[in-house]
Design a protein around this ligand. Structure first.
Ligand SMILES: Cc1cc2nc3c(=O)[nH]c(=O)nc-3n(C[C@H](O)[C@H](O)[C@H](O)COP(=O)(O)OP(=O)(O)OC[C@H]3O[C@@H](n4cnc5c(N)ncnc54)[C@H](O)[C@@H]3O)c2cc1C
Length: 459
């Protein structure tokens, strides 16, 4: 067996592993890091995301808001130093309702993240002149918090493509999207310049003696390889639980498959400059009488007539000249073992999302007769029960985890990598660090908190 040495071995070169490698090498000066992945970097889950970010997170406590604010600060810093190579924008998320009865819930839902540090809440009643729209590009010197627009004329003026029955729009401001691939490649290039090596290999086992990491055993195309190291970082994404089992550590993580759709909006129904739009009302999908009759005939299609939850959402993707819209709706996710490639998406998925979105954007009905051909892909959210990440040391000395990044790994990657690097180099930790440790589950107070935990923050 071939042998080598490394100061740190990181298993997984998705956003988690790349950010860990970057903050360890470029920011903390760790010299000899081996980043290992059995696939090309950034090719399993991290390139399937919708690439969005937000500082809009529920409690309990302000850990998630602080963590995301920190991550966005770091991303803005990288955008600034790179001339915004990864096209970070700050168009915001627009939550929309046509139900008057939901306005109070919108206010309540907004008050919590605002009070936790997401920024102020500004309410715009009829005649308000103070709403500041988001620019199409750029991220600097813009409002934080949220604008709750209750004046239908103001909504129509700024978002004329929305249904005219819309009565409230909550525009959350420290949010937007970027090219996650470009961000990751920028960080990986710098990490490599700072000495990080990349190895294509599958990690098969971690050797532990006297509860201390000794070596990582892997398979490469040219055979088995043993890396002697005292430090192992598990950044294996959907396989974080499986890799932790090599250390005899059981992580409380499960996986859900999430699919996203891209389609060509050739008719230009959703303007290219739109923010991320999210329909907050539960609904029944719009079908014609004939369609309704047909769908009602068989058990396989009857469910399409049932009520659907809130949540179809999407945003324009790509620069000028692009017609692509990314859209998704998590109406029926299930816990499952991660298998690669993931199971085929439901053949009705695009039609469901298109019809669901048409409640918010009636212009999309133009596609009902002849829908454009969608491209559907997806990946696994690796999650803890309360939808918070695992970042920090494991019970085996020299072993660390950066995972369970669920549907927020792109936006959280920088703060997660920075936090992992701080743990590993025994640097000062931010106060949110304790909320993401594996050992939190051993705390009876935390267990009590988990019993009443109601908000996951997942869209
Ligand atoms: C449809 C969808 C939409 C999303 N939208 C957003 C969004 O808008 N914003 C956001 O912030 N997040 C979003 N996410 C979530 C985000 O994509 C994930 O949280 C993130 O990519 C997880 O990164 P990771 O590095 O932990 O995992 P991965 O990207 O899966 O990387 C893990 C790597 O580990 C490697 N690996 C595993 N086991 C081994 C082994 N034994 N040996 C060697 N290598 C191994 C794998 O090959 C893989 O490359 C979305 C996800 C999906 C699926």
């Amino acid at each position: 067996m071939k042998k080598d040495l490394a100061e740190v071995v990181i298993c997984g070169a998705g956003i988690a592993g790349i950010c860990a490698a970057y903050y360890l090498s470029v920011k903390q000066g760790v010299k000899d890091i081996l980043l290992v992945d059995e696939r090309a970097p950034f090719s399993l889950t991290s390139d399937k995301s919708t690439e969005c970010y937000r500082n809009w997170w529920p409690g309990p406590g302000d850990a998630m808001v602080k963590f995301m604010n920190r991550s966005i600060d770091l991303m803005e810093g990288l955008a600034h130093e790179s001339g915004n190579r990864f096209h970070m924008n700050r168009r915001g998320y627009l939550f929309v309702t046509a139900e008057r009865g939901r306005i109070e819930a919108f206010k309540k839902a907004a008050e919590q993240p605002c009070a936790l540090g997401a920024g102020p809440l500004r309410i715009h009643e009829t005649g308000s002149m103070t709403y500041q729209p988001s620019p199409v590009q750029g991220y600097a010197n813009l409002p934080t918090g949220a604008d709750l627009i209750l004046d239908p004329e103001l909504i129509k003026k700024h978002f004329p493509f929305l249904d005219n029955k819309v009565v409230a729009a909550l525009h959350v401001r420290r949010c937007g999207w970027m090219s996650a691939q470009q961000l990751a490649m920028y960080m990986l290039e710098q990490a490599k310049e700072a000495g990080v090596r990349f190895q294509t290999a599958r990690v098969e086992d971690v050797e532990v003696q006297e509860n201390q990491v000794q070596a990582v055993l892997m398979n490469t195309v040219s055979g088995p390889l043993r890396i002697d190291t005292q430090c192992f970082v598990n950044a294996a994404g959907p396989f974080v639980k499986e890799v932790a089992a090599d250390l005899n550590v059981d992580l409380p993580v499960f996986c859900e498959l999430h699919d996203k759709i891209s389609f060509n909006d050739n008719l230009g129904v959703i303007p290219r400059e739109a923010p991320l739009i999210f329909w907050a009302d539960p609904q029944r999908l719009p079908w014609s009488d004939d369609e309704h009759k047909l769908l009602d005939e068989t058990a396989e299609t009857k469910w399409l007539l049932e009520p659907f939850p809130s949540g179809p959402h999407g945003h324009p993707e790509g620069g000028s000249g692009s017609h692509i819209q990314l859209v998704l709706w998590t109406y029926d996710v299930e816990v499952m073992e991660p298998v690669i490639p993931p199971p085929e998406p439901d053949p009705h998925y695009f039609e469901v999302v298109l019809r669901g979105l048409s409640r918010m954007v009636p212009g999309l009905r133009a596609y009902f007769e002849k829908p454009p051909k969608p491209f559907v892909d997806g990946g696994y959210y690796a999650k803890t029960q309360e939808n918070r990440p695992l970042i920090g040391p494991l019970p085996v000395k020299g072993a660390y985890v950066i995972g369970a990044l669920s549907g927020f790994g792109i936006m959280a990657g920088c703060a997660a990598g920075e936090l992992l690097a701080a743990h590993l180099t025994q640097s000062e930790l931010p106060d949110y660090a304790q909320w993401f440790l594996l050992e939190r589950y051993g705390d009876p107070e935390y267990q009590k908190l988990l019993k009443d935990w109601d908000a996951s923050g997942q869209l």
